[in-house]
Design a protein around this ligand. Structure first.
Ligand SMILES: Nc1nc2c(ncn2[C@@H]2O[C@H](COP(=O)(O)OP(=O)(O)OP(=O)(O)O)[C@@H](O)[C@H]2O)c(=O)[nH]1
Length: 462
């Protein structure tokens, strides 16, 4: 059909008039080769994602830990403070009780730290044994325990003449003091230089300047007064002057014998290392050799080995020893020793004390207390100060401090065998005004001698 006024295409082609385009109806687009499959692929991906989401949610729900427990409905609510409860107290065992032992091969667990190659822990599924078969030893007839061997008590050397026997031990002192003096004095005419040399010799031997001057004064006077000529006369005079300087009139007996129905109490004091313990032990042997009964008190609690050392001395001398724990109060140990000595009715109680010379106050407190406490039971008869002869002037300083702290009644000069300065004996006596009663001349058990001025000077001048 042709609309009025319209022309056919043919007419248009043929005419020169431009043809107006006719309105056209929309034509639906034909699906292309690519768009069709894309839609289907997208739908498939969406479906797969949906399935994965559903599966994931289900699995996650299964894995979730339930924080609720299977508790009866009527159970009281759980609160923070009573979530950990024990049914009994902590179990204790006594260290003295024997622990039951399992045979090593049957054990599934090991005590203590893991060793190289051990598992970090015992696997949970390791079989556990309820009952362990233990092989019991066959009943045997037990032999009676052998009686402990009686301590071997040493043979003790007699004390008489010890100084004589130990004379050779003073050889170093002799060569310095005696031999030099004899050489100088016996050389004839003595001028001022000779007297200066004599003084130097006396000082080098530790006589001290006061004693040295006194000795020289007397020698000068007597040589002129007596007309001393021969070497023999010089020796005789020198002996006399030196012996006099040692005050032979002093009472050198050790107050270690019982009286008033109770034992004598002897305190042995001095700086550590001077030979206190050794001297206490040696002295106990001297008393035992004289037929006395002795008890030793190990109040040197400062050094554990000191008590041990004294116990050995006691064992060898056949003397009982009272000791305390390491670090125990020395006064308490001394008190116990004296108490025990009174009960046991021994003749003498020898107390070895500690001598820490850290401060004078500390020493004073300690020794003062020992003496005070001991005095509650029995008066202290003797306080022996032990000095190491090899320490020279240092020994003198110690002597001064100790004598201010306790009433020293006698001096024991140890290690005289190891020094060329035997002259310290003169100085100590002068300084303290108390006699040297005993001398240590070696480490041997019987190397303790009574101090005799005559024998001592003889040993120096031999
Ligand atoms: N050569 C020689 N050595 C001695 C003498 N007396 C003691 N000794 C030695 O000196 C050392 C110290 O002796 P101790 O008896 O332990 O001295 P201490 O004063 O008791 O010392 P602490 O126990 O530390 O308080 C030891 O090796 C003894 O053998 C002696 O007269 N001559």
């Amino acid at each position: 059909m042709r609309l009025p006024g319209s022309r056919s295409a043919r007419e248009c082609e043929d005419s020169d008039v431009p043809v107006e385009s006719a309105p056209t109806e929309p034509v639906p687009a034909e699906p292309s080769f690519w768009t069709g499959p894309l839609i289907w692929i997208s739908l498939a991906v969406l479906a797969v994602l949906a399935i994965a989401l559903v599966v994931g949610l289900v699995l996650a729900r299964r894995r979730r830990v339930s924080l609720t427990e299977d508790r009866p409905k009527d159970a009281p609510p759980v609160t923070g403070k009573d979530t950990y409860k024990t049914t009994g107290g902590i179990g204790f065992s006594s260290g003295t009780e024997e622990k039951e032992k399992h045979p090593v091969a049957d054990r599934t667990e090991t005590d203590g730290q893991p060793g190289v190659g051990d598992d970090a822990s015992v696997p949970r599924d390791t079989p556990r044994r309820g009952i362990v078969d233990v092989q019991l030893p066959e009943q045997q007839d037990t032999e009676p325990e052998p009686e402990p061997a009686a301590p071997v008590v040493d043979e003790i050397e007699p004390t008489a003449g010890r100084m004589e026997r130990l004379r050779g031990r003073l050889s170093r002192s002799r060569s310095t003091l005696g031999q030099s003096l004899l050489g100088l004095l016996g050389a004839g005419d003595l001028d001022e230089d000779s007297w200066t040399d004599i003084e130097d010799t006396l000082l080098m031997a530790d006589l001290g300047s006061t004693t040295a001057n006194e000795v020289i004064e007397r020698l000068r006077k007597e040589i002129t007064a007596r007309g001393v000529r021969t070497a023999e006369e010089v020796r005789g005079l020198l002996r006399e002057v030196l012996v006099d300087a040692l005050h032979p009139e002093m009472d050198r007996s050790v107050r270690a014998l019982p009286h008033d129905g109770r034992p004598a109490v002897v305190l042995v004091v001095g700086v550590n290392g001077t030979g206190k313990t050794t001297t206490t032990g040696k002295l106990s042997r001297v008393l035992v050799a004289d037929g006395r009964t002795v008890l030793l008190g190990a109040a040197d609690t400062f050094r554990a080995a000191a008590a041990e050392q004294l116990a050995t001395w006691g064992e060898r001398a056949g003397a009982e020893v009272v000791r305390g724990a390491e670090g125990a109060d020395p006064a308490a140990v001394a008190f116990d020793a004296v108490k025990r000595g009174i009960e046991a009715k021994v003749d003498a109680v020898l107390v070895d004390t500690a001598g820490r010379l850290h401060t004078k106050t500390g020493l004073m407190d300690e020794l003062g207390k020992v003496k005070r406490v001991v005095s509650k039971q029995a008066e202290v008869d003797e306080v022996l100060l032990v000095l190491d002869a090899t320490t020279g002037q240092n020994g003198l300083t110690q002597a001064r401090v100790f004598s201010e702290v306790v009433d020293v009644t006698g001096v024991v000069l140890t290690k005289l065998d190891g020094t060329a300065k035997g002259g310290i004996v003169f100085q100590v006596q002068r300084e303290l005004g108390v006699p040297v009663k005993l001398v240590g001349l070696g480490e041997g058990a019987d190397d303790l001698a009574p101090f005799e001025p005559g024998a001592f000077v003889d040993a120096l001048l031999r």
